[in-house]
Design a protein around this ligand. Structure first.
Ligand code: FES
Length: 148
């Protein structure tokens, strides 16, 4: 078989197979097989009680925290009064990562891009520009209640 004869015989088949691959990859790429999950939503202002904590057995030490319903509650000081605690949304206002409390620095830090928030939820360092929502904390008979 001569070179020209080989190309004319099998060249068309190779082109057809390559075109098929291209079409297949286009069609699978146009489908959204991995949709971005919806970001969690913290309790809205005015929505009432969020959760409670029994201070006889929870949050005993300064820096202890409890995360529930997209809110982080942290003990900031000794004593079972409302001023010994803070509660803010645990969802970073930048892109929705889960923030954590750094007891040594006394701030909330987002591990994703480094945003920092005060104990009251105000932005200390970006890239976040919006504050964390802050929640009310009340203490009655060693039962702490977080509410919106
Ligand atoms: S998601 Fe928190 S800083 Fe980007």
């Amino acid at each position: 078989m001569e070179r020209g004869e080989f190309i004319s015989k099998f060249g068309i088949g190779v082109i057809a197979v390559c075109a098929g691959c291209g079409i297949a990859s286009c069609s699978s790429g146009s489908k959204n097989n991995n949709p971005v999950p919806a970001q969690p939503v913290p309790p809205a202002a005015g929505s009432g009680n969020v959760f409670s904590a029994d201070l006889n057995s929870e949050l005993l030490n300064i820096g202890d925290s409890k995360i529930l319903k997209n809110v982080i509650l942290v003990r900031l000081a000794a004593g079972n009064t409302s001023t010994s605690f803070t509660a803010v949304q645990v969802i970073c206002t930048h892109q929705g990562a889960t923030i954590g409390y750094n007891a040594n620095q006394g701030i909330f830090i987002c591990p994703s891009h480094g945003s920092e928030f005060s104990q009251a939820g105000q932005v200390v360092q970006g890239p976040a520009t919006a504050p964390l929502q802050k929640y009310n904390v009340t203490v009655t008979n060693n039962v702490l209640t977080v509410s919106a």
